[in-house]
Design a protein around this ligand. Structure first.
Ligand SMILES: O=P(O)(O)O[C@H]1O[C@H](CO)[C@@H](O)[C@H]1O
Ligand SMILES: O=c1cc[nH]c(=O)[nH]1
Length: 243
């Protein structure tokens, strides 16, 4: 029987990892945000097309931006390996579909919890709802006062299938529950802020054009970075979860 692998198998770091990490799903958004938010970005990972970048944020401290790919299985691998490599705080900066008629295209959504409609978080022991780190949640709320705050449904399916959304779900996406659950298991502090790129409440999908998706990606990336920078200023040591 082979011994446990001592190094991450899927992330192959080619630069230093910062203790704080932004996690877009889309590798293209990782590049976009690295260009916007980092001085002197270096490629952190390109293995498996999971582009990641490390550089210096506006507070002079390191920040890594690492894509998770789409869906819980890929996101869980990336977060597990970031934990092995020494990450401490992570914020998913993603896109989502709004489930509420009053939450329109371009709105930001801060996840107060992830509703575990996915297989990955459940396979890793999640119950119906998975909590983020409470200090990161507070920092995300403070940094994005216009954001809608509420539960976000994580699902495995983008096309087809019936969405079995609890009544309080604000939006749907595909990684938050797995990210929160892996973070809870590995001692990371995790948060999640999303931009609404699709309206689903009417039963039909209404999606932004690509230019608007890029602008939404910038907005959500800036909100996530602001929270991580605020946490660094606060000097808070570690993860805080509900008991
Ligand atoms: O834009 P990202 O962060 O990838 O997030 C959302 O977009 C993808 C589906 O289009 C899924 O990954 C979903 O969670
Ligand atoms: O409808 C959507 C939009 C973005 N991401 C999703 O998972 N679903």
């Amino acid at each position: 029987m082979a011994a446990p692998h001592p190094h991450p198998i899927h992330l192959r770091p080619t630069a230093e990892l910062a203790p704080r990490v932004l996690l877009p799903g889309d590798p293209g958004r990782a590049l976009q945000l690295a260009t916007l938010l980092l001085d002197a970005p270096l490629m952190f990972n390109h293995h498996r097309g999971l582009w990641g970048y490390s550089g210096t944020a506006s507070d002079g401290e390191p920040l890594t931006i690492q894509s998770t790919g789409m869906g819980g299985p890929s996101a869980a691998i990336v977060v597990s390996e970031l934990a092995m490599l020494g990450a401490q705080r992570i914020v998913r900066v993603g896109t989502c579909g709004s489930l509420r008629a009053d939450v329109r295209l371009g709105a930001l959504v801060v996840a107060t919890e992830a509703l575990a409609g996915d297989g990955t978080s459940r396979a890793l022991g999640a119950g119906a709802r998975v909590a983020p780190d409470l200090d990161l949640l507070a920092a995300l709320r403070a940094g994005a006062p216009d954001a809608v705050c509420g539960p976000v449904l994580t699902t495995d399916v983008f096309y087809g299938g019936e969405l079995d959304a609890p009544r309080d779900a604000v939006a749907v996406e595909m990684e938050a529950a797995a990210i929160f659950q892996v973070a809870a298991r590995t001692g990371l502090a995790a948060g999640c802020v999303l931009a609404v790129t699709d309206e689903l409440a009417g039963g039909e999908r209404r999606r932004m054009d690509d230019e608007a998706v890029e602008a939404a990606g910038e907005a959500v990336g800036r909100a996530g970075a602001a929270a991580l920078l605020a946490m660094a200023r606060s000097g808070r040591p570690g993860p805080t979860r509900p008991r």
